[in-house]
Design a protein around this ligand. Structure first.
Ligand code: NAP
Length: 545
């Protein structure tokens, strides 16, 4: 289909280059392109990298892998794809996942509509033509009727605000900007700053390879075993036959993982039963210990203390030096109130002679020096510094684009005190812009949420196309109501009382020191029910022209 030409005013019939521009060719952007082609919309995807895959393209750090079961993570939209693709492990590593993304791009011939090495610098809505002007970092400009952001919640890496970073004479890498070439750790003195999910995967993977590893930890995190393993042929066959059930189950659970919460409260069972349950979950694969645990561990402080105590005991058992074990046990938040890193012999790394832990709460970093890192206590010399310091999450990738809506209003300014959205999919005053995995959406097992959001956006564009609409906008009332709803859902959740990327905190970014409710924290089924209702009622909650 050509761009909309059914408006009455001449300016609104002005030709646009594309019906739709999608920013980003990660899992969201790829699937969105596939669906837009079905609608016959002329679509262009702009992608900053040289290939598809988004998160899996950029995060090539050693040990990067899924924390959701591989077979619950892949796309579900194509039965053929599900039968063709075989995951080799229960939790696939990044190289395999990137191969999967490329396989999907090839299978559905997606690349011909994706322009690589094309970072979007600005997107400015034109009231007169009801279209978006999109400018790339190269200066090239394109127009479109509809703009879809598929820029990911964790895609703008942040380096620590530490003096002297550029002085370091060795090699340094942020984990999310890892080079394509292999990094040689043999015999090297290596520092890792950061002990989130990324730091933990990196540390456990390189500890056996480096000469010496020094881990700089500011906040200890609660981690639990991943229990990864190869998928044997019999299990593979079972998975392939069982896909409808696997995805149906993901649709039913709170956050789209395959793990179902225990309907019991932590104190509805005896102490012995509770301990046995924790022991069982600790021995099982994946997020069961977080998502399949007693229903009250993430809302009731006392219930949470029981699982936190259990994990603390595990850490003390696994780490030989009890002084180090105590440093690895979080003190300022309970288990599961930050996204739980899943580990593979992470704690045992600290039993190695070539590994040291520096607790930055005791001896903060003063500066990076040409030779290494200076804390208040020591000068450390390194060949390599790895920054596993995370992302300007959720809103950071929006902030990185000069995004302006109707009347030139800047999104960054509208969101100064936290994001305001309608269903996490639109923002009033930013007509014809739809967001995939933006703020206030259900995240959880991300591809499951992506597929839902893409299908919702596709439904809206199908509707707009059929009706010849050139303007789709959330209303201020709709945006305010959804934003209030999301904030209300966050009340009482222990995770919203803790500093983390999920509460919008990033001490390395100016203006991101105050906690906000950045994500939808209700259940995924409830989220979908609300969005389905809006679609079923013909999107009357939107301003449609
Ligand atoms: P993160 O959880 O935000 O962790 C960043 C780490 O860097 C924290 O330990 C943080 O300490 C530390 N840090 C930041 N600035 C620092 C500074 N100036 N000085 C010292 N330490 C500093 O980021 P992430 O580990 O990249 O993970 C982000 C999310 O990505 C995860 O929660 C998860 O959702 C996703 N992820 C998933 C997988 C997977 O298995 N699929 C793997 C990796 C990541 P503070 O805590 O004190 O701020």
């Amino acid at each position: 289909m050509a761009a909309q030409r059914q408006d009455t005013t001449p300016s609104q019939t002005a030709a646009v280059d594309y019906d739709v521009i999608v920013i980003g060719a990660g899992l969201s952007g790829m699937y969105q392109l596939y669906r837009l082609r079905e609608l016959g919309l002329k679509t262009r995807v702009f992608e900053a990298g040289t290939g598809v895959g988004g998160t899996w393209y950029w995060n090539r750090y050693p040990g990067a892998r899924f924390d959701s079961e591989s077979y619950s993570y892949g796309y579900s939209f194509s039965k053929e794809l599900l039968q063709e693709w075989e995951w080799s492990e229960h939790f696939a590593g990044q190289p395999e996942t990137l191969r999967y993304c490329n396989y999907v791009a090839d299978k559905f011939d997606l690349r011909r509509d994706i322009q690589f090495e094309s970072r979007v610098a600005a997107a400015i809505y034109q009231d007169a033509t009801r279209s978006w002007d999109v400018t790339l970092a190269s200066g090239a400009r394109y127009s479109c009727r509809f703009l879809i952001t598929a820029i990911g919640p964790l895609s703008t890496p942040t380096l620590p605000r530490i003096e002297g970073r550029d002085d370091f004479k060795g090699q340094s890498f942020h984990t999310a900007r890892w080079p394509k070439e292999k990094v040689d750790f043999g015999g090297k003195r290596v520092a890792v700053i950061g002990t989130g999910a990324t730091g933990i995967q990196t540390i456990q993977t390189i500890a056996g390879e480096v000469g010496h590893l020094t881990v700089f930890q500011r906040t200890a995190n609660w981690a639990a075993p991943l229990h990864n393993g190869k998928i044997d042929a019999a299990t593979q066959a079972k998975i392939k036959a069982g896909y409808p059930k696997i995805f149906a189950r993901c649709q039913e659970t709170f956050a789209c993982f395959i793990h179902t919460p225990d309907p019991r409260g932590a104190f509805e069972v005896s102490d012995a039963e509770r301990e046995a349950n924790y022991e069982k979950l600790y021995g099982e694969r994946g997020f069961g210990i977080w998502q399949g645990n007693f229903k009250d561990i993430l809302i009731d402080r006392k219930a949470n203390a029981t699982i936190s105590d259990f994990i603390a005991r595990k850490i003390r058992e696994r780490v030989k030096d009890q002084a180090v074990a105590e440093k690895l046990i979080p003190r300022n938040h309970g288990f599961g109130t930050r996204r739980v890193p899943l580990e593979t012999f992470y704690y045992e790394v600290y039993n190695q002679d070539n590994v040291d832990l520096v607790d930055l709460t005791e001896t903060p970093i003063e500066r990076i020096t040409p030779e290494g890192i200076r804390t208040t206590e020591n000068d450390y010399a390194f060949d390599i510094i790895i920054y596993a310091t995370g992302f300007d999450a959720i809103t950071g990738s929006f902030d990185a684009i000069d995004l302006r809506g109707s009347g030139g209003a800047r999104l960054k300014e509208k969101w100064t005190h936290g994001p305001e959205t309608y269903l996490g999919l639109m923002v009033d005053g930013f007509p014809n812009m739809m967001m995939l995995m933006g703020p206030h959406t259900a995240l959880g097992n991300i591809p499951r949420s992506i597929e839902y959001s893409v299908d919702w956006v596709t439904g809206l564009l199908r509707f707009a196309t059929a009706k010849g609409l050139t303007l789709l906008d959330a209303t201020p009332a709709g945006t305010a109501a959804w934003t209030d709803h999301v904030k209300a859902l966050g009340v009482g959740l222990l995770s919203n009382e803790v500093d983390s990327w999920m509460t919008g905190i990033n001490r390395n970014v100016e203006g991101k020191q105050t906690r906000i409710v950045a994500r939808y924290s209700g259940s995924a089924p409830a989220y979908r029910a609300r969005c389905d209702e809006v679609a079923a009622k013909g999107y009357v909650e939107l301003r449609l022209e």
